[in-house]
Design a protein. Structure first.
Length: 445
């Protein structure tokens, strides 16, 4: 994005302002008081001080995958961390350190050369810091837990412009809050460090059917997940792929049912686990032993800026009535182009010793309803997304996974009640005047 931007602060009167405001989420219309691109943590501190001297707030932002909930930013400087994009790995210690502008693709590729893997997201251009400090559900999640619990240190600029490095020893309360409490509530994060996994390969891929087979495949997958061990993490999708070259030829322009995922284990065990799903005779089966680095593109999420957006819900269960309801609401003329269920449970659902504020995800499935949010059908798309989520309300648990919550909600629904009260106290301590602004903001009380 910085290719045509040659300065580092942009205001509404500048010709480049509109481009400076553009994030990965093209349908998010952000109009801040100014946009700033610090080149170092020292510049980030200066920009925070400049903003506060003008009576403005500060909203740190990486790639902007979840920029939708920000709302009115007319009193806020949007501080883009794109240029803080360093990548380092201590392969002996198994620790990575990345800047706030780093994305997953380059790091996953670099680690793969050393037989290492991170708990990365399902798209290579997702920002590492936002994904990780928001929780982080990876293809290894049911076996290895949330990515936020693998964080070993966070470096940030606080609301008064001070640099802080926090870990289990240095301000452990703040360290706890950052791991799951988001990247923008407690400071402008400049870098994170996290533990890596010594994992060279995984048994991974996708099983594909025509969309007409959804009524046969979904009930069986839900039954299968109830018995699946922690070693396997999968997702179920009903997808209407557009006829565009960004997608593989075997998917392009087709309406499909897909089960994709990864198994940590040997080939024999993986094949045994997948046998009940393969018995449904998919038209395409790509599951095989692959390099761990291949998993960052397993999901075939579109790379680059997108006009898409999702609505989401955490489901406590999916009994037959819920399965039938989901099949019914996603059938017909819905503009929901992707209805997806991500398999939770396992280590994702168990408290991790020494973990952060989002120590586990309360739910068995994460439901996503995705669609295109620009153009003449944008309103109808959002209506159909809401209709899909609302139809599943009897099986939700009243909680939200905020990293996939792309609209304004009560942020307390992302946390256990006791943890939320602690977050409120920590936010008030580190930012008593409410300088910082996150997409899902922990308020100053």
């Amino acid at each position: 994005m910085q290719g045509t931007l040659d300065r580092h602060i942009y205001r509404p009167a500048d010709l480049e302002y509109a481009e400076a405001c553009r994030t990965w989420a093209l349908a998010a219309e952000l109009r801040p008081a100014a946009v700033a691109f610090p080149r170092s943590r020292a510049e980030a501190a200066v920009m925070i001080r400049l903003a506060t001297s003008e009576g403005l707030r500060v909203a740190p932002l990486g790639t902007g995958h979840n920029a939708y909930p920000f709302g009115d930013l007319s009193d806020t400087v949007l501080v883009r961390t794109d240029l803080l994009n360093s990548y380092q790995a201590d392969t002996e210690a198994g620790i990575a350190r990345v800047g706030a502008g780093a994305i997953w693709g380059p790091l996953v590729d670099m680690l793969g050369e050393h037989g290492l893997a991170a708990l990365h997201g399902s798209a290579p251009d997702t920002g590492i810091v936002g994904y990780t400090l928001g929780g982080g559900v990876s293809w290894y999640g049911r076996a290895l837990g949330l990515a936020s619990n693998a964080v070993t240190a966070v470096e940030l600029i606080t609301a008064d412009g001070s640099f802080v490095r926090t870990d289990e020893i240095h301000d452990p309360q703040l360290f706890w809050a950052l791991r799951g409490g988001g990247a923008g509530n407690f400071g402008l994060v400049t870098a994170v460090e996290f533990q890596l996994e010594r994992l060279r390969t995984a048994y991974a891929g996708m099983l594909v059917w025509d969309l007409r087979e959804a009524g046969r495949v979904l009930p069986r997958w839900v039954e299968w997940t109830a018995e699946a061990p922690d070693a396997v993490t999968t997702a179920y999708r009903q997808v209407q792929y557009p006829l565009v070259p960004q997608f593989p030829e075997q998917l392009r322009g087709r309406n499909l049912v897909i089960i994709d995922g990864a198994v940590i284990g040997d080939d024999r065990e993986a094949e045994r686990l997948l046998a009940p799903l393969r018995a449904l005779e998919p038209k395409l089966d790509t599951f095989r032993r692959v390099p761990a680095r291949a998993l960052s593109r397993l999901h075939h999420d579109p790379e680059g800026p997108s006009s898409g957006g999702v609505r989401s819900a955490l489901l406590r269960e999916l009994p037959p009535a819920a399965v039938g309801q989901l099949l019914e609401v996603t059938a017909g003329s819905s503009l929901v182009v992707t209805a997806e269920l991500r398999q939770l449970g396992g280590a994702l659902g168990r408290p991790a010793p020494g973990g952060g504020v989002l120590n586990r995800i309360d739910g068995q499935f994460l439901l996503l309803a995705g669609g295109v949010r620009v153009g003449p059908q944008a309103e109808r798309t959002i209506f159909d997304q809401d209709r899909t989520i609302d139809a599943m309300e009897p099986w939700t648990n009243g909680r939200n996974y905020l990293s996939f919550t792309q609209h304004s909600v009560d942020p307390s629904t992302g946390f256990d009640p006791g943890a939320w009260q602690s977050l409120l106290q920590i936010r008030k301590r580190v930012d008593p005047f409410g300088v910082l602004r996150a997409n899902h903001e922990v308020p100053i009380t």
